[in-house]
Design a protein around this ligand. Structure first.
Ligand SMILES: [Fe+2]
Ligand SMILES: [Fe+2]
Length: 482
């Protein structure tokens, strides 16, 4: 960043960072306004005018205004942006839209006009990762309409710069592959409580692929985590906890190496269950006191297995802490019982939330009903501050939304759809993909932004969540609609 401004006094934020955050918030407001209204509407005029004012102020201060995306982060003129609590939604949204359109950077000139930014917002709204080349679609829209005050640059952290375009199919394939690789790995490791079976290298490769896939397109892996496999609960659960932890960590702004470590901790969190007798794990009635004590021992047993597994390093210490702490509550209730106070590791607090959410939304051998995502989140909210870290839980609910990505819903039209993208402004009005008509017949996927009001059309609303298991015959059938 430019050094023309004097450094701020201790405790003061540089004015340019405040402006940069305002830019992201106003950019988001402008994209949303253009989604809902046409370009002549007063709301669009106001939003685009505000955004242009901010861009010009930045150009005057810094000589330029360049918004870059890379490694799950946004940067303004080379300075990485950290969103404040209020700005998380707009930050995440901007990052997601740039990722989906394969945009690495947006360069604004001081001469930018409200018309230019409206053209950009329109292009971002139209372009989806369904297109062969979403970046070219945005770029062509700007070029053909003469948007002279800004330009977009193709992403450099994706393979499209070396001539291999990541089509939607390839993102899907990679996501599906790493989901099933993770499932097989969990089955291999959890088949016996043998530290020799923990293949750290293989786990690292799988989780890194998961991080890449989720950073690029979280829809597929979150949808797969939403299929709850009752029979193979423990293997599926480990993969799902890794997926939810990574998606949540990405929402929190963690970098890629940290996300990969977090994913491995999620994958390994229940390793200790391999040393709990199977008849206790699979018991369909209430556990006797001694059985419950044996079940609770899985957190210390997991830490022991990991301790025996390899030479100590920082990453392994975090894995061990998560295995040991993931059933310790925020108020240090839960288990194992502790003699004194301790601060729970950040990874443990994240994995505890992902673990609780997956467990509540999955039917189990001892409970054939699962909670809907909304019910699970309200159960978890009852434990905010006592069971779960209150601040992290708030972020988690924000990241998951009341209609989580990948969940299956029935619309007011009686059509069935899968939630494709959240809407931070209107959590009840996400973007969905309709896959079934009111009579239950499969139809070619149709994308609907439920927040978009179309003149002369009854607004579509979500009526209720549906268990994916009730509307798909097989996993292949489900994969077909993703
Ligand atoms: Fe556990
Ligand atoms: Fe668990």
């Amino acid at each position: 960043m430019s050094t023309v401004n004097p450094p701020p006094a201790a405790g003061q934020e540089r004015p340019v960072l405040r402006l940069a955050r305002t830019l992201v918030q106003r950019f988001y407001a402008c994209v949303k306004a253009t989604q809902m209204y046409d370009s002549a509407h007063g709301m669009v005029e106001e939003a685009s005018g505000d955004l242009v004012d901010t861009i010009r102020a930045l150009c005057r201060q810094e000589g330029r205004a360049r918004l870059d995306r890379g490694h799950g982060m946004l940067a303004l003129n080379g300075g990485v942006l950290q969103p404040d609590l209020a700005g998380t939604g707009s930050f995440r949204f901007t990052l997601d839209r740039m990722t989906a359109c394969r945009i690495g950077g947006i360069v604004f000139e001081e001469s930018v006009t409200p018309r230019d930014v409206v053209l950009l917002c329109d292009a971002l709204n139209r372009s989806t990762c369904d297109l062969e080349d979403p970046f070219e679609a945005v770029s062509a829209h700007l070029r053909e309409n003469g948007a002279a005050g800004l330009r977009v640059e193709r992403s450099r952290d994706l393979p499209d710069d070396v001539g291999v375009r990541p089509t939607r199919r390839s993102v899907k394939q990679r996501s599906v592959e790493c989901f099933f690789r993770s499932f097989r790995l969990a089955r291999h490791m959890l088949a016996a409580g043998d530290p020799g079976r923990i293949d750290f290298k293989r786990a690292k490769r799988v989780v890194q692929d998961m991080v890449d896939a989720i950073s690029e397109e979280k829809f597929i892996l979150l949808s797969l985590a939403n299929i709850k496999n009752y029979d193979q609960y423990t293997f599926n659960h480990s993969t799902n906890v890794a997926i939810y932890s990574i998606a949540f960590g990405l929402h929190l702004g963690l970098d890629r190496p940290t996300l990969a470590e977090l994913g491995i901790s999620g994958l390994f969190h229940d390793l200790g269950k391999t040393r709990v007798p199977r008849k206790i794990l699979n018991k369909t009635t209430a556990l006797e006191t001694h059985e419950w004590e044996a079940m609770k021992a899985h957190s210390t047993l997991g830490a022991e297995i990991l301790l025996e597994s390899r030479r100590m390093n920082d990453a392994l210490i975090r894995n061990i802490l998560v295995a040991f702490e993931h059933h310790l509550n925020a108020d240090l209730g839960g288990y194992p019982r502790l003699a004194g106070h301790r601060d729970l590791n950040l990874f443990s607090r994240i994995v505890a939330i992902a673990d609780g959410y997956d467990a509540l939304t999955t039917a189990r051998v001892y409970r054939n009903m699962s909670y809907t995502p909304q019910e699970a989140l309200s159960v978890m909210l009852e434990g905010r501050g006592s069971v779960y870290d209150a601040v992290l839980l708030k972020f988690f609910i924000h990241s998951i939304g009341i209609h989580p990505i990948g969940s299956v819903v029935e619309l007011s039209s009686r059509e069935k759809a899968i939630v494709y993208r959240g809407n931070p402004d209107h959590p009840d009005l996400p973007v969905v993909r309709v896959f079934s008509d009111p009579d239950g017949n499969r139809i070619p996927g149709r994308q609907e932004d439920l927040s978009r009001m179309l003149p002369g059309h009854e607004p579509l609303r979500i009526e209720r969540p549906i268990d994916p298991g009730s509307c798909f015959e097989s996993i292949e059938d489900y994969l077909g609609i993703l």
